[in-house]
Design a protein around this ligand. Structure first.
Ligand code: GDP
Ligand code: MG
Length: 179
């Protein structure tokens, strides 16, 4: 997080990380939010480390630098550099794959191990468009989030449900934490 004065105005830069098992839709959540794009056959992200989104809160310019893994999560090799300086996190699972929900605790542990400040955290149950093959109930998501003190939202990167809202709640919470 950084804040600087610019002719009396203030600017904020927040680093946010997206974590969760492989293929839960992390990259598509980010591309939907940052570029309004969705890819049905997306391969592991190559190259792009983060995307920056600018938001106005209370007349202040807030830049969210949102980091996506390059697929390292398949090898459980997300490095400490990825987490360094993060003040917000989206922990994503796939509502149609129970195993990805069962992994959330491990991702939270890893996040907590690597962070040294308050991190605004949102539990995200993605692919809520796949209601017909749902494998994790809304109640399960809600109670895990309550137990761990996380925000919670179900999203669909495919049909855009709640994607903008999920990111903006995290960004606002970070802003509230620092201002
Ligand atoms: P990542 O490995 O977590 O970054 O996951 P990706 O973003 O690469 O997505 C993995 C697969 O799930 C891709 O085939 C996507 O098209 C698909 N996917 C991502 N988000 C959604 C969603 O909200 N709904 C559905 N039905 N499929 C999705
Ligand atoms: Mg990805």
């Amino acid at each position: 997080m950084s804040s600087s004065d610019d002719e009396g105005g203030e600017e904020y830069l927040f680093k946010i990380v997206i974590i969760g098992d492989s293929a839960v839709g992390k990259s598509n959540l980010l591309s939907r939010y940052a570029r309004n794009e969705f890819n049905l056959h997306s391969k592991a992200t190559i190259g792009v480390e983060f995307q920056t989104q600018v938001m106005d809160i209370d007349g202040k310019e807030v830049k969210a630098q949102i980091w996506d893994t390059a697929g390292q999560e398949r090898f459980r090799a997300v490095t400490s550099a990825y987490y360094r300086g993060a003040v917000g996190a989206l922990i994503v699972y796939d509502i149609s794959r129970r195993s990805t929900f069962d992994s959330v605790g491990r991702w939270l542990d890893e996040l907590k191990t690597h962070s040294d400040t308050t991190v605004a955290m949102m539990l995200v149950g993605n692919k809520c468009d796949l209601e017909n093959i749902r494998d994790v109930s809304v109640e399960d998501g809600t109670s895990l989030a309550e137990a761990e003190g996380l925000f919670f939202m179900e999203t669909s990167a495919l049909d855009s449900t709640n994607v903008k809202r999920a990111f903006e709640i995290v960004i606002r919470e970070i802003y509230n934490n620092v201002s």
